[in-house]
Design a protein around this ligand. Structure first.
Ligand code: PBG
Length: 332
């Protein structure tokens, strides 16, 4: 028979000692969140009457050009370093050939110029993919039911050059075509935009969490089929990391994991493995889920801050989040 173990009269470690007061807790805090870690995604519309709240994203609005200027001023006032522009284009301007995507006068490019005129020091990020201008809602050209890669990359290059010309600081290719980063980097170098950075949507998964975004940009009813032939399967970790490695080799300055919260393992692994600026996108569905529950009284508003802190703990340098202005206000 084993003797009874000796029970010490006190715990070997009292971890609660350093959790006792806010000052003590501050001393052992391991992770910091500041406005500098935020990128604020905004939707801008050229359609009269389409401005205002997006029903599946309560609290988030489609903005007019004037609204975007005010958002830029607000971002700068809150020390948010960057805004990311997503265009909501006129349905009549969506075509199969997507010319509007590289039109200097499309709403995205007008928004870039408007922000740069208003708050030149604010970094402007863009999205590169054909979906806001594609009649069928896909990120690439559809030919005989297939999303064609190389023809799409040629169009993305034109789109990127128009955004660079409009004054974008950071380009965000979100299309997931093969070879786009190398093609964009080469075009930027050769056409006089060697200063323009690329934040690649590298580990972008084929996710159901993008639903509200597709409402926001008016692509919802339009998407024919799904995006599984170009976005990564949600179960594929090695493939996602291979995307990150590939995009870095092709010239990306920074990489992104998207969606965010269900993919924190990928964030951590990408950061540890590549040690490059790593971002996550807390996407529309994550926002809708949290904000919806907050508005119903099912969750407290503290989840906002907690979710963003978790990205930082997982190794992200920054997060694209629709909560950016609200969180920056709380941090101020
Ligand atoms: C489109 C794009 C999407 C998002 C950013 N760029 C949607 C998609 O891939 O279908 C999603 C962002 C969000 O859900 O907040 N290329």
């Amino acid at each position: 028979m084993m003797a009874n173990p000796i029970i010490a009269p006190f715990p070997a470690a009292r971890l609660r000692r350093m959790r006792r007061t806010p000052s003590l807790r501050a001393m052992i805090a391991e992770t910091e969140l500041s406005p500098a870690n935020l990128i604020w995604p905004v939707f801008v519309t050229e359609v009269a009457g389409a401005e205002g709240e997006i029903s599946s994203m309560p609290g988030v609005e489609r903005l007019t050009l004037d609204g975007v200027k005010r958002a830029a001023e607000r971002a700068a006032g809150l020390n948010i370093p960057a805004i990311c522009i997503f265009p909501h284009s006129d349905q009549d301007l969506k075509t199969e050939t997507c010319e509007r995507a590289w039109d200097p006068e499309n709403i995205g490019n007008r928004a870039i110029r408007a922000i740069k005129e208003t708050v030149p020091e604010l970094a402007v990020m863009t999205d590169i993919a054909l979906d806001p201008y594609n009649i069928n809602g896909h990120d690439g050209f559809v030919v005989n039911g297939e999303i064609v890669n190389d023809e799409t990359v040629e169009a993305l290059v034109k789109m990127a050059l128009a955004q660079a010309e409009a004054g974008a600081d950071i380009l965000g290719p979100s299309d997931m075509m093969d070879g786009r980063i190398g093609a964009l980097r080469a075009a930027l170098e050769l056409e006089g935009y060697k200063h323009v950075a690329i934040l690649s949507y590298a580990a972008k998964f084929a996710s159901a969490f993008y639903g509200p975004f597709r409402d926001a940009v008016g692509a919802s009813g339009r998407l024919v089929g799904d995006k599984k032939t170009y976005q990564v399967d949600p179960g594929n970790r090695a493939e996602a990391l291979r995307c990150v490695a590939r995009d870095l080799a092709e010239g990306a300055d920074m990489v992104m994991v998207k969606p965010g919260m269900p993919y924190l393992d990928i964030c951590r692994e990408a950061k540890d493995r590549f040690a490059v600026p790593t971002f996550a996108y807390q996407v529309s569905g994550e926002y809708a889920m949290l904000e919806g529950a907050i508005r119903n009284g099912w969750l407290s508003r503290d989840v906002m801050m907690e979710s963003l802190l978790a990205f930082r703990r997982a190794g992200c340098d920054g997060v694209l989040s629709y909560f950016a202005p609200a969180v920056a206000e709380m941090l101020a």
